[in-house]
Write a new protein. Structure first.
Ligand code: FUB
Length: 638
């Protein structure tokens, strides 16, 4: 039997999207089938594309399938293409008919069911591709499933291991699947008890012993699709029609297509809309909203939201244009109609307007400030508050018109302008935010709570010893508060000038009354100018004394000290000069390397002096072996 291996490695550029609705923000994703595998949500949508030349321009056009996954409903990873039309042995290589798929896992194997146009004949057949992982690679069966002519396959795995397949094509049909999942058992049956009117996209599931058959349904002449459902005590019906899950889309997107899963205790409805293509509804995007069951098993109608589900980290770009709730008059629109994936902005037209964005997680926000991407035509102000329009103020953002274009939309290079504002209050845990307009009209793309970089962490007395990082860089240092220097230009850093100043200052060192601080650097290089900014009198024009104590279990001979500094520096090991980096330098790893030296068994003191005039000061240092590999087996004490 000829089998076709579809290698996802060829196409998998893994990208992530931090998403509300639509959840995938760099391509079109219709007919979203979600499944939970190994504790993660996997999403198998159709992949709408604009029709290439020679294809019908006003119809659905799909050439392949991607799979996406998420654990938090907010960040989605695109695992790349899993099946393409050219790789389906029985499919038309240029059919562009890879409509709504499904994927299920039985006995550790993944079965991906998909419709496609067959090479011979008209209409659609349904194929299966199998894999050992939900991300593929998938291997296509050589023939389509016999007895199924139609679209939108969906598989239900019952508690006893029996699988059922449902599909559409004129009516909704169903059948048992054979144990190998590749053929149906017996004849297909038309599902009974469903309402009159066009139906497609069946999605079946079981909850509390009750079978649910859910489907897009056109309930009235000239209407568009709703999502509806029926229930039964049998997997293949007859069904009792119950009503709507979601009414027609307000913007008249003709199709809707969905799936329903339970994940971490919540029921979720995946469906689609055409937000990124408002004037052509064959380019659609997947959405998620919460779904609620009544105690009698009936389903409450779902109101589509822009916000969708999931918690948004406060440190990410919070797309408040995807709001949970807003005052009347507030609108959300595409930023760039020629590039819809650029996203949306929300406009608050006047004072008193507000927009609410729910479930923002502040647990990782520490010592932060606010960054906003916004624009206005006139001077204005908006506040970021907690919970609602009367809530506690986190930040006040003032926009003052000053750019050459007369607004804030773009700077000279065409980028949106970002502004920052201090925070007067930081909420705890997860909470809702509300933005209130306090002046004239303002449009906002996103807001973000950004933690300040700390560069280094103070080390308390008695803290356990540390080690160099994986590359051997020593990150724990005692720093003396900087000694300001009158240096107008770094051209003075000649050998004799440096020797003179370093020996003078070294002689004074034992009597210095200056304060010492011990830090672990967050980076491989110790950013001395940041230290000076925080603890010194000036950030530029300083001499810095830096020391560290190295504890060696054994003597290490024939090693070298490799250092880089901005600007000049001198290095002593156990009071012996080992290296001088002279001249006006940038900090470069291993810029200067000492002669062979020895780290003795026990404690060793490494000291350096770094001097710089009008520039940012930092240094990095490590010990290297004869062959250039870093020494990492030493301990660093405070
Ligand atoms: O995506 C193409 C077709 O549109 C699907 O198969 C239908 O369910 C409808 O969503």
């Amino acid at each position: 039997m000829r089998r076709h291996l579809i290698s996802f490695l060829l196409t998998a550029t893994i990208t992530t999207a931090s998403a509300q609705n639509p959840i995938i923000r760099d391509q079109f994703t219709a007919d979203p089938t979600a499944r939970v595998f190994n504790g993660k949500i996997y999403l198998y949508p159709s992949h709408d594309i604009p029709a290439p030349e020679g294809q019908r321009q006003d119809w659905f056009c799909m050439a392949d399938y991607h799979v996406f996954s998420s654990e938090d409903l907010t960040t989605w990873t695109d695992h790349g293409v899993i099946v393409t039309q050219a790789q389906v042995p029985w499919g038309k290589p240029d059919g562009y008919s890879m409509w709504a798929p499904d994927c299920v896992c039985k006995d550790g194997k993944y079965y991906f069911f998909f419709p496609d146009a067959p090479k011979a004949g008209r209409g659609f057949a349904v194929g299966v591709a199998t894999a050992d992982s939900p991300e593929g690679p998938f291997t296509c069966e050589p023939e389509p499933v016999k007895g199924i002519m139609g679209i939108d396959p969906c598989v239900l795995l019952d508690d006893d291991g029996q699988a059922y397949i449902y599909w559409a094509g004129g009516a909704i049909r169903g059948a048992k699947l054979q144990a190998d999942m590749k053929a149906i058992e017996g004849d297909a049956q038309q599902m009974q008890g469903l309402p009159e009117g066009f139906k497609e996209g069946p999605y079946a599931f079981k909850r509390n012993g009750l079978y649910y058959l859910t489907f897009p349904w056109v309930r009235k002449e000239g209407g568009t699709e709703t999502l509806a459902y029926a229930v039964s005590r049998q997997p293949l019906g007859p069904w009792e029609f119950k009503g709507l899950i979601m009414p027609e889309h307000a913007n008249r997107c003709w199709t809707n297509h969905h799936s329903i899963i339970q994940y971490r205790g919540e029921w979720l409805l995946f469906y689609h809309q055409n937000d990124y293509s408002p004037s052509f509804d064959k380019l659609r995007s997947a959405h998620i909203d919460r779904l609620t069951f009544n105690s009698d098993g009936t389903i409450q109608e779902v109101k589509p939201t822009l916000r969708g589900v999931g918690t948004t980290p406060a440190g990410s770009k919070i797309q408040i244009d995807r709001y949970s709730n807003a005052a009347s008059g507030v609108s959300s629109q595409l930023i760039d109609t020629l590039n819809a994936f650029r996203g949306f902005e929300v406009t608050l037209p006047q004072r008193g307007c507000w927009v609410q964005y729910n479930d923002v997680d502040f647990s990782n926000v520490k010592d932060a400030y606010l960054v906003v991407c916004a624009q206005a035509q006139e001077n204005t102000e908006f506040f970021v508050r907690e919970k609602n329009a009367k809530g506690k103020i986190l930040a006040k953002v003032t926009l003052t018109v000053k750019s050459q274009q007369g607004n804030f939309r773009r700077d000279m290079s065409g980028q949106w302008i970002t502004l920052t504002a201090p925070l007067s209050y930081v909420p705890k845990g997860t909470t809702d935010l509300c933005i209130t307009c306090e002046g004239k009209e303002v449009s906002i793309d996103w807001i973000q709570f950004k933690n300040r970089l700390h560069y280094f962490t103070p080390v308390a007395k008695g803290t356990a010893a540390t080690t160099p990082d994986a590359d051997g860089f020593i990150r724990r240092w005692r720093l003396m508060e900087p000694i300001p220097q009158e240096i107008r230009s770094n051209v003075v850093f000649t050998n004799t000038w440096l020797r003179d100043i370093f020996s003078t200052e070294l002689a004074k060192l034992p009597k210095q009354k200056a304060k010492w601080y011990t830090f672990d650097s967050e980076f491989y290089n110790m950013k001395l100018f940041r230290f000076a900014e925080k603890y010194g009198k000036q950030a530029y024009g300083n001499l810095f004394w830096c020391e560290t104590t190295i504890d060696c279990a054994e003597e290490l001979s024939n090693i070298r000290l490799a250092a880089g500094s901005n600007g000049a520096s001198m290095w002593w090991l156990n009071d012996e000069e080992v290296l001088l980096l002279e001249g006006d330098r940038r900090m470069v790893k291993d810029d200067g390397v000492s002669a062979r030296i020895t780290l003795r068994k026990g404690l060793n003191v490494l000291r350096c002096a770094v001097i710089n005039g009008p520039g940012m000061s930092d240094f990095c240092v490590r010990f290297i072996q004869e062959d250039g590999t870093p020494v990492t087996t030493i301990s660093i004490n405070d």
